[in-house]
Design a protein around this ligand. Sequence first.
Ligand SMILES: Cc1cc2nc3c(=O)[nH]c(=O)nc-3n(C[C@H](O)[C@H](O)[C@H](O)COP(=O)(O)OP(=O)(O)OC[C@H]3O[C@@H](n4cnc5c(N)ncnc54)[C@H](O)[C@@H]3O)c2cc1C
Length: 372
Amino acid sequence: MRREPSIIIVGGGPAGSAAAIELRRRGVGRVTILDRSAYPRLKVCGSGLSPNALRELERLELKDILAPLHIPMRGIVAVGPGGRSIELRGDHGAWIVPRTDFDHTLLREAGRLGAEIREKTRVRALLRDDNGRVRGVRTADEELEADLVICANGSPSQFEFDHSPRYGIRTIMGWWKGATLPAPDQGIFAWSRQLDGYYAWAFPEPGGVVNVGLTIAERSAASHGIRPLFEEILEQEFSDVLRGAESMGPWKGHPATVTTRISSELVQPHCMWTGEAARLVSPGSVEGIGFALLSGRIAAELCEEHFDPIRGFSSWHSQLYRSRLAVRMLPKFLAGEAFVRLMRSRGTIRMLSRLADPKRMGQLAATVVGER
Ligand SMILES: Cc1cc2nc3c(=O)[nH]c(=O)nc-3n(C[C@H](O)[C@H](O)[C@H](O)COP(=O)(O)OP(=O)(O)OC[C@H]3O[C@@H](n4cnc5c(N)ncnc54)[C@H](O)[C@@H]3O)c2cc1C
């Protein structure tokens, strides 16, 4: 019989908590989550759970405990680069659960199932043996040995799995009280010209709060003056929404990392990467929560099926992890990237400005937010 492995998970966001929950449910290993923050903690995020993410929560049997914390987003208003808009109501709808509550609930569930949680514990480095194999982590205070380290530390990750260039997205967002959306269960996506294929959003949160933000690729020149850009977008796209609303504190930003490829280096013998640390975020929508949950669950599945504390994982297991992720994620990532390219093209902008075919634009927008 294989001995029970000791598993350290770096980061208690959706990827780390999902991995811990699934490991504990499967009875695999002694699991410790290390997170630099103290929970509940703020996470800069639109907090939108797409139909994809909701399906993943169902698979993880987490939807019921989150249900009391959500408000539904049953439709969106999609505003094209020319300023024309269209209303979309999907068959499935999305949820908004503020990340402070969402992440805290998942982390508590991991603890309830037997994972040890250590907050305010920043991991400084991966420890390696003489052969370069990961053997644990170093925090500010100590060295912790483990059979397996799962990096779920988000973006930008300080623990790189390969040296391919990062596809970075800049973001900025704020929260407002008393803002008026077209309907209480309706969000807004605006593909403004200045955002070079990316978009601004306004999402309803519980308690009459609305979060508003924008995403733009780091490679776009306009991303370097993101604050004035946000002021301009707020005025241009959201002046009706925010009229009379009260800003709830300073605007915040956080870099996101998106991808159109899934690396074959996400598994080493005694280390693996999940969630945004593995760059598993869709270009186009910058959706990452569902992919973080999914990759955490698949990582746990792989551990149960194949991890040996002495030999670790092999290169075949690395390919297996990659292919399990790729089959579920790559089509969505490629569709997201195609959407960004389309929205950047002058021809498309002209076409959408005239809004010759509102139905087609609706279908495109529905694809990018995961309704189709
Ligand atoms: C502005 C913005 C809006 C977004 N909106 C959406 C949205 O509406 N819907 C959606 O699906 N996705 C959205 N995303 C993407 C989504 O937030 C991420 O993809 C998702 O949080 C990734 O989850 P994760 O668990 O991999 O990483 P994270 O959620 O980032 O969690 C990583 C955890 O690791 C901890 N950590 C980091 N470094 C260390 C260290 N060295 N030692 C110990 N702990 C560490 C952090 O404290 C954190 O708790 C948005 C992103 C941004 C930036």
